[in-house]
Design a protein around this ligand. Structure first.
Ligand code: ASP
Ligand code: MG
Length: 405
C-alpha cells in the first residue's frame, strides 16, 4: 500500500463534470488499496476572477485581505471534490491550509512554507479518509491566512508529500507532461519521459509553467519524486527525479522563452565600490528579484549596468528609478519591457563544449540580436527582442535536435 499525493490543477477541477472525473480517479486509487491526499487548486479562472474583484476596489489592495480573498477559491474546490467523493461512497474530508497545518512566513501573496505538521493529515488518513487539502494557502505564526504565489498549489502538494513521506507526488494538469518546449509554439515539441530536478528547476525558472519553481526546489531538497501527468488521460507523464547517468547524457533537454522579463539599464554610474550594491540593495529590500546582470567595462570612469526583473515588478522598479539614479549618481535609468529571454537547459552542458556557441550561431543565422547573456552550469539564456521569441524557440529546438528523438 502506498501513499499518493495527487495535486489537481485549476482546469482539472474546472467544472462540476471535471470534479466528478477527479473524484473517480481518487476513488480508483483508493480501490487499488492506496491512501490518497489530494491537493486542489481553485476552479479554472477563479483566482483571476477574485484578484480582479479586489483590484476593482483598489489599485494596490491590502495584501493580507487579498490572501483571505483568493484563498477562498481553493476552499470551494476542496469542498466540492469531497462532496463528489462522498456521493460516490468514498469517505473524504477536506482540510484548509491552516487545518492541514501548512505553516508559512508572513509575506502575504508570496509566502513560503516553513513547515507542514502532518499530524492532522495522518489522523484523517488513519480514520480511513481520502483527504483533500486546499492548495495555495497556509497560515503564518500569527494565525493569518497566507497564499503561496501563483501556481502555489504545486508547492503545497510537494510540501505535503514530503511531510507525509508520500511515495510519489502526482501533479495532474491539462497537458500530458513536461515538453521539450511549448507545443503551441513548436509543433515538433515532445513529451519528456524523465527529467532531473536540476533541469526542471531551470525550466520552471525560465517560464515553463507546468510546475511552480518552489515546488521543484522542495522536491529536490526532500527527494520527492514528482509525476507530472494529465487528468484527462491515463498516459504516463513526465517523472521528475534525481539525476543519473542516462539523464546526464542529454545535452539539451528543453528550450524555453520567458516573456516575463523586463530589461533595466542604469547608464553612466561611477565605477566605484558600492555602486552596484547601492542599486541592488534597495531592490532586494522591496523583494524585487533581479536576474541577468551585466556590468560593462568602465571607459571614462563611469560604467553601465543592465539587469532584468520580472514584469510584475516593473512598475515598482520604475517607481524607484529616480531615487536610485540619484543615490548612485547615474546619468539615466531606463526600463524596457519589450524583451524575452530564451534559454536552453540540459545536464549534459556540464560536459559538452560548444553548446552556447551553437546557440549563438543558431540565433545569429536568423538575424536575431542578443542583448544580454547569462549562463549556469546547465543553462544558457539570451535576452532578445520580444517579437523574435517564437522564431528563436523553434530554431533552437530543432537546431539542437529535440524534435526528432
Ligand atoms: N489558484 C492558484 C493560482 O491560480 C494556485 C494554483 O492554482 O496553483 O495561481
Ligand atoms: Mg499550475
Amino acid at each position: 500500500m502506498a501513499l499518493y499525493v495527487q495535486k489537481y490543477g485549476g482546469t482539472s477541477v474546472g467544472d462540476i463534470e471535471r470534479i466528478r472525473n477527479v473524484a473517480r480517479r481518487i476513488a480508483r486509487t483508493r480501490q487499488q488499496g492506496h491512501d490518497v491526499i489530494a491537493v486542489v487548486s481553485a476552479m479554472a479562472g477563479e483566482t483571476d476572477r477574485l484578484l480582479g474583484l479586489g483590484r476593482e476596489l483598489s489599485e494596490r489592495p491590502v495584501e493580507r485581505e487579498m490572501d483571505v480573498l483568493v484563498s477562498s477559491g481553493e476552499q470551494v474546490s476542496a469542498a466540492l471534490l469531497c462532496i463528489a467523493l462522498n456521493q460516490m461512497g468514498v469517505k473524504a474530508m477536506s482540510l484548509m491550509g491552516h487545518q492541514a497545518r501548512v505553516e508559512t512566513d508572513s509575506v502575504h501573496t508570496k509566502a513560503r512554507i516553513t513547515r507542514v505538521d502532518d499530524e492532522r493529515l495522518r489522523r484523517a488518513i488513519e480514520g480511513g479518509h481520502a483527504v483533500v487539502v486546499a492548495g495555495f494557502q497556509g497560515i503564518d505564526e500569527h494565525g493569518n491566512i497566507t497564499t503561496l504565489g501563483r501556481g502555489g498549489s504545486d508547492t503545497s502538494a510537494v510540501a505535503i508529500a514530503a511531510a507525509a513521506r508520500a511515495d510519489v507526488c502526482e501533479i495532474y494538469t491539462d497537458v500530458e507532461g513536461v515538453f521539450t518546449t511549448d507545443p503551441n509554439v513548436c509543433r515538433s515539441a515532445r513529451k519528456i519521459e524523465r527529467i532531473s530536478y536540476e533541469e526542471m528547476l531551470e525550466l520552471s525558472a525560465l517560464g515553463a509553467k507546468v510546475l511552480q519553481i518552489r515546488s521543484v526546489e522542495l522536491a529536490m531538497k526532500y527527494a520527492v519524486p514528482i509525476h507530472v501527468r494529465s487528468s484527462f488521460s491515463d498516459a504516463e507523464g513526465t517523472m521528475v527525479t534525481g539525476e543519473d547517468e542516462s539523464l546526464e547524457s542529454v545535452v539539451v533537454a528543453g528550450v524555453t522563452s520567458d516573456k516575463k522579463a523586463a530589461k533595466v539599464t542604469v547608464l553612466g554610474v561611477p565605477d566605484q565600490p558600492g555602486v552596484v550594491a547601492g542599486v541592488f540593495e534597495p531592490l532586494a529590500e522591496q523583494n524585487i528579484s533581479v536576474d541577468m546582470i551585466i556590468q560593462n567595462v568602465a571607459t571614462d570612469g563611469t560604467t553601465d549596468l543592465t539587469f532584468t526583473v520580472t514584469r510584475d515588478d516593473l512598475e515598482r522598479t520604475r517607481d524607484m528609478a529616480d531615487g536610485l539614479a540619484k543615490k548612485v549618481g547615474a546619468r539615466d535609468f531606463t526600463v524596457d519591457p519589450d524583451v524575452v529571454k530564451v534559454s536552453i537547459v540540459g545536464l549534459g552542458m556540464r560536459s559538452h563544449a560548444g553548446v552556447a556557441a551553437k546557440m549563438f550561431r543558431l540565433l545569429a543565422d536568423e538575424g536575431i540580436n542578443i542583448e544580454a547573456i547569462s549562463t549556469s552550469e546547465i543553462k544558457t539564456s539570451c535576452l532578445i527582442r520580444a517579437k523574435y521569441a517564437e522564431l528563436a524557440v523553434r530554431v533552437l529546438h530543432d537546431g539542437f535536435g529535440l524534435g526528432d528523438r
